[in-house]
Design a protein around this ligand. Sequence first.
Ligand code: SF4
Length: 408
Amino acid sequence: MDGWSRAMAREPLGRYGTLPLSSFLALLANEMIVNSPQPLPGTTVARLLRDDQGRLDLKALDRAGVERFVQEHCDASLERGRAVYQAMWQGGALHFEDMVGVRASIRKKLTEVAFISTLEQDLRLVSEDGTIKYLWRLQDGHMVESVLIPDGDRLTLCMSSQVGCAMACMFCLTGDLGLKRNMTAAEIANQPLQVLQDLPKGVRITNLVLMGMGEPLHNLNHLTLALSNCLDDYAMKFSHRRVTVSTVGLVNQMGELAARLPVNLAVSLNATTEAQRREIMPITRKHSMAELLQACRDFPLPTGKRITFEYVMFRGFNDTAEDAERLCVLLAGIPAKVNLLPYNENPSRDMKAPFPETVDAFRAVMLRHNMVCHVRKTRGQDISAACGQLGKARQQATDGGWVSQPAT
Ligand code: SF4
């Protein structure tokens, strides 16, 4: 374990560690519903953090928060609180009564003041290529997705961070939903926990990527709280080297993310000129590509780490040799690796996938300029695994009164 991991295991998140618990919860609650264009009837902040009896979701807290909560409500030591935290995130306890290594008096008190949330599995689809898509129904009926992608000795979980998304990238179906609300820290971190519980004994998720529904940095506080529970040595113990947060370029939040957690950064770039990017990614009107790339240059990367640039290729739009040459110039001076993602065609969009030979030619230019560049295969096509495909269909069906089938 390196110095940072050790620090993460012992110290609470600096941002929250000194806040009184009540202020901390108020801060989270304020961020829960943001510019929600179509709030579901009955969706309230209290319903997301607390249950009908006013009990707090203990998974909405990081380790320091749980320790303080147990100390305050059960008159117990921080160590007892840590045991509760560990039983929840490592033991997978769903009820306080089932917690191993926690005193009966603490379990009894916690049952009165808190609960442990889980996600309801609405669908679980397995692709021919081994990709597994999970569709989760949240407490207020919204749907989000996680996708588990096996690739050699890697098992990567692609997680969601918001219900819908406000960024409206032209090629993305999640963007069509608009932003419904932020996901809570509990809802975000429950994805890897519940997928882990679904895997055969001894099989571990090796990598986490925040590339599912939503713009993770648009929900920064809940995201970093959730990730602290993914990384914590008393919780899921993921290595920060194997956790990647993807952004369309919320430049102000990029530095804040780096200040809080040393996870990897991926930038969804997808263009080589300002005009081209503005056409498909409206965020470019707020933060130009030049501003975004400067933020990448300023990003405090630990030695040996690179920023991943995701580049979705569209036929005849951004897939020419000139684009490849421009991309090399744009990324000059940034420790970068480029993932080329041939567009996954969808009937609701006019855009086409590039020809395989165009992708090869593009990559050849990148390699000639000594760029690290890989072509990523489209995975799980038979189960609509591309971002937002299934969730959008399901959400629309739900909005229209469609009744879900039980998970299989
Ligand atoms: S690509 Fe990502 S940021 Fe863009 S609309 Fe889709 S979910 Fe949002």
